[in-house]
Design a protein around this ligand. Structure first.
Ligand SMILES: O=c1ccn([C@@H]2O[C@H](COP(=O)(O)OP(=O)(O)O[C@H]3O[C@H](CO)[C@@H](O)[C@H](O)[C@H]3O)[C@@H](O)[C@H]2O)c(=O)[nH]1
Ligand SMILES: [Mn+2]
Length: 420
């Protein structure tokens, strides 16, 4: 990966309030009119996008790397994303066109879905591969660009439908418009993008076998066990793992010494899934955490005593970040191999930042808490209590938590309580 000073400087332009489209050029890929695209609508999903982007770089992807973000994504994460992705493009969570607004008021949970559809507006690319932020690339997948729109792999839960976590598409404003129109007219049978895309590209299951991507391009890690003989036979050729479902890699805690996720609290994962989870975390530890540190170092010049600098100083013999920076993460094909972490000091040492009282939660990244100690790394969403004024401003700015507390069901609950 080529990272230039100027790339980092350009990244500053991503700070809010950004323009509709911001271009950041970090690397010269061999094919510049094609791209891998992902989406992150908040700082937590950004952690997934970062690992995905890094996994594509590790596998020497020859196309541009693009991440679509929404206004909720914090300034810090914008800068960090720009260190991994060639382009960080802000899109709106809901398009401002009134007909969409009206249609979707009845189905607020589709907001995030609509955002995925924005990938068709990337018309400066002739062809793209979309990957969910909860996917991990294990080997080079450039050959996907030999496929045409609309190619995707079967969904493990209903194989006559495709899974919309990995797909090949051709950006086109016309298609984008038709998709939105389809959403307006028909909604989505699963209330999200997968249902919508399946009914729009409804001939996928029958028309052209070339549009069926092999399952190795979208292996659902949590369902692999349901057909373990096949996993035994074909598992070694898996190219993309997809952590679909409610529990994502970032919901686990990770022990950097043993190189494995800690299972307690997050339910027991099957053995294959554990290897993939460990791989995800290995990339996170070695390649993503150091990005936070380098950003903080830059900030230190401007404002001495900033958070992560102290973290580093407080960890003289653990030096997680320093080790991570010098250790080049090469091929990650060693699925399941244990990663012995060099011996560290025997006493658990917790990273503590400047402006928070000593506690296990140390390094913070605006909307996420990164707790880093010798024995445990974890990513947690900050629970922010907003004042009624802040809540109102959020709504007025269109920053509505459709999946969470502003979900239609929650609002209905509130109304019911009020009307009782
Ligand atoms: O709050 C959110 C939720 C989702 N996403 C993005 O949307 C993708 C899809 O969401 P995800 O949580 O990964 O859904 P899955 O668990 O994978 O569930 C399935 O169902 C989804 C809804 O139909 C499809 O988008 C997925 O591709 C399909 O695998 C994510 O990867 C992100 O890229 C966000 O950025 N923020
Ligand atoms: Mn997914």
């Amino acid at each position: 990966m080529v990272q230039t000073e100027s790339g980092d400087r350009q990244a500053r332009h991503l700070l809010k309030p950004p323009g509709a489209v911001t271009l950041v050029s970090l690397s010269t890929s061999t094919v510049s009119d094609q791209a891998f695209v992902t989406l992150a609508t908040n700082d937590i999903y950004c952690q997934g996008a970062l690992v995905l982007g890094q996994s594509l770089r590790n596998q020497r992807a020859t196309r541009r790397l693009v991440v679509l973000i929404t206004p909720q994504v914090s300034n810090l994460l914008r800068v960090i994303l720009s260190k991994v992705f060639d382009e960080v493009i802000e899109v709106n969570l809901i398009d401002s066109a009134d007909y969409i607004h009206l249609a979707f008021l009845k189905r607020p949970e589709l907001g995030v879905t609509l955002t995925k559809l924005h990938c068709w507006t990337l018309t400066h690319y002739s062809k793209c591969v979309f990957l969910d932020a909860d996917t991990l690339v294990l080997s080079n997948i450039d050959e996907l660009f030999d496929r045409t729109e609309f190619s995707a792999a079967p969904d493990p839960g209903w194989p006559d439908c495709f899974n919309s976590g990995v797909f090949v598409f051709q950006p086109s404003l016309e298609t984008h418009g038709l998709l939105l129109q389809h959403a307006t007219d028909h909604g989505s049978f699963d209330g999200a993008d997968q249902g919508l895309l399946n009914s729009f590209f409804s001939s996928w299951s029958t028309a052209d076998i070339h549009k069926h991507l092999p399952f190795i391009y979208n292996l659902s890690s949590n369902t692999a066990y349901t057909y373990s003989p096949a996993f035994k036979r074909f598992g070694s050729s898996v190219k993309v793992v997809h952590f679909l479902g409610p529990t994502k890699p970032w919901n686990y805690k990770y022990n950097p010494q043993t190189g494995s996720v800690l299972e307690e609290g997050s339910g027991l994962a099957n053995q294959h899934q554990t290897s993939f989870l460990n791989l995800w975390w290995k990339i996170y530890q070695h390649s993503i955490l150091p990005l936070y540190e380098s950003f903080q170092d830059e900030e230190d010049h401007a404002s001495p005593g900033h958070t992560l600098k102290r973290c580093k100083e407080d960890l003289p013999d653990a030096s997680l970040f320093v080790q991570a920076a010098v250790e080049e993460l090469g091929a990650i094909s060693a699925v399941g191999s244990s990663q012995p972490w060099p011996a560290q000091g025997p006493v658990e040492q917790t990273v503590v930042s400047d402006d928070t009282p000593p506690s296990p939660k140390g390094c913070h990244a605006e909307d996420v808490d990164l707790a880093v100690s010798v024995f445990e790394i974890s990513i947690e969403e900050k629970v922010k209590e907003l004042s009624p004024e802040e809540e109102r401003r959020k709504w007025e700015e269109g920053r509505i938590d459709y999946m969470g507390k502003d979900a239609f069901a929650r609002i209905q609950e509130k109304l019911d309580r009020f009307l009782q």
